[in-house]
Design a protein around this ligand. Sequence first.
Ligand SMILES: Cc1cc2nc3c(=O)[nH]c(=O)nc-3n(C[C@H](O)[C@H](O)[C@H](O)COP(=O)(O)O)c2cc1C
Length: 323
Amino acid sequence: MTAAAPAALTTEQLGVLARAVSRAPSVHNSQPWQLLVRGTEVDLLERREVRLRRHDPAGRDRTLSCGAALTNLELAVRALGRDCHTGLRSGGDVVATVTIGRPRATSTRDYLLYQAIGRRRSHRHRFIHNRVPTAAHRALVAAGETTGVHVVVPGRLDKLAELLGFAARVLRDDRAYQRELAVWTAHTHGWAAAGDGIAGDALGPEPVPFAGIVRPGTPIPDDAVLADRLAAENLLIFCTGTDTRLDHLAAGAALQRVWLTAASKELAGSVITQPLHLTGLRARLVSELALPGAPQAIFRFGYAAVPAAPSPRLPLGELFPPR
Ligand SMILES: Cc1cc2nc3c(=O)[nH]c(=O)nc-3n(C[C@H](O)[C@H](O)[C@H](O)COP(=O)(O)O)c2cc1C
């Protein structure tokens, strides 16, 4: 007797997957993904028409964002009590296919991470203190250590401050860069609020490194002050041995697992990739911080005084391409 094939998902269950994907973090909140459902196979597509020519000319952050969405997609499938298997694609619009399998009890860990999807948000403020218990810190690092991805606690904060300060000054004075950023940070205000882009109040008037994104008026402290501020944070750098699309996907997926692990422990965080796009900066980070591979993202975390506001999302219907 042959076993029956796994059942396709219902419309309500597809809604659960769509909501989880939609809440993933993405570069400039561009939400560069779609879902194509074929029976028990769900393709995660990268919307390559989403282009940030100045911030992300190679589309690396766009693929990292899809990696983060993939983590949410897998967690949602498991939270529905179904097994799944993921195949990553090295080229084309489809970045991954998640094949939904038979019923399987959701593990406590997966359920806690799934529940954290709705609570995770970018906290671009200083933290009330940086004393994160050792066990929680270790759990975050372990959640990100996956095949090909290394999670590094940076030493040499003086060097990191020097490089981040340098990048911040260059990007703050780059008018073409700032024009592009203005488009992604201006249009979510007021009655005409859009479903994408970063809302102005999500950025605030904070100085580097809390600001997250450097705009024309962002205060940039001198290197010694910046080094002290970095020392008062918990930082992780996500590195990959090579620098291919599969690495970017894996790094984005790992980043989101770490971020959700943080959220599940009532820790807040935000990600910084902006400086990593400045020509030559990643190579200098690798040599001056003795990193084990290409840096893909910096994650800062700690305890928040007040929760950050949720950011907008595109309507769920836009997640599904017209057939
Ligand atoms: C690949 C990637 C790169 C990002 N780069 C930055 C960054 O450099 N600075 C920053 O403040 N936020 C950055 N973010 C956070 C996004 O702006 C944020 O996820 C998005 O605005 C949605 O808001 P939320 O995280 O509160 O849901 C990045 C997110 C991703 C996934």
